[in-house]
Design a binder for this molecule. Sequence first.
Ligand SMILES: [Zn+2]
Length: 413
Amino acid sequence: MADLDPVELGLKAEAMIRALATISAEEGRITRLYLTPEHRRAADLVAQWMADAGLSVSEDALGTVRGRLDGPGKRLLIGSHIDTVNDAGAYDGTFGVIAGILGAAHFQATGRPLPFGLDVLAFGDEEGSRFPATLLCSSAVAGHFDPETLAVESVDGVRLEDALRAYGKDPGLIGEAAYGPDEALAYVEAHIEQGPVLERADEALGIVTAIAGQSRLIVTVIGEAGHAGTVPMTIRRDALVAAAEMALALEALARDYADDFMVGTVGKITAAPGTANVIPARVSFTADLRSQSDSVRLAALARLRAEVQAIADRRRVTAWMERSHDAPAIPCDVSIQDGLARAVIAQGGQGLRLPSGAGHDGQAVGKLCPIGMLFVRCRGGISHNPAEFCAPEDMGRAVATLIAFVEGLADEG
Ligand SMILES: [Zn+2]
């Protein structure tokens, strides 16, 4: 069992993280976008690691690299993504792929027969940094790829379909990427937490309860422009201060629902005419609401709508809300959660459970089969940032936990 030593597994993971981090479009920064030469090089390195681990390697029509360990019956899928945001950290996505490879390598090396097959998946486009679409690879694997997406254009003006052809792929074969409904046993992903909960709890690992549902809105407020020096405060119809009060209402509301891990954010605001000496007449701002409970999120949304209206009435401005994006919460399978918790506890952890406020490939694969996620603490909760850091010993614990989880699943038959 020498190769189940978390310290050794952590050092292996760290070396692989470092190797992938050198593959970038930009000197001194990590930027690896979907279907670029950097994606190709990263996919080739991952394929090499899979082959070295004794897996049989293939690549589907959207570029997902697949390493297979043969076994009877259904297949357990373990994966994550190898694309990054611009100027990214080294661990987001990559660690989950590496954990899958190290886990599969363990079973290949020990020769322990599993009562299921095991596939390690390296998806190419979770972040959506190049094309205005996300989870393309994982959607195709789940059999839910939308062919209309082939027409979307990248930030560098290339249609997805053309980018796929340039990458050597045939979009006509995307359907073959899908697992059959009776083929996939479950999907499990290890990922850095991207938040501070585990670090604050002094825990290396956590079990994800659900990937939070999300509503994104655009709120528009119309007041009246006027001279900043001459219009008395009592008769102003200032759209910006009304919007500010609405943002505070959103914050208070999210705090009220904190037990359901509700978070609310105003991330962007524009004011017109946008001049220092004119009262703002037209303001629009974004609102992002997330919770692991869809009913709580929808209740909060209804309350926000009522409060926005009440503030608008009181301030004699007009306001309306438009929904720009809605995604339901994706629950993690309870028996997978329990299996991961047993594995975490066996490694000396508490088995702490928490939702994921960020989106992940599991959202797409959840349409195919039960999913589970293991979170690993990252320093300061920082991600999407070069300062992203996950300690090798924590990565080693996560890989050992993943292996113990798969063994537990095998013992259950
Ligand atoms: Zn990620």
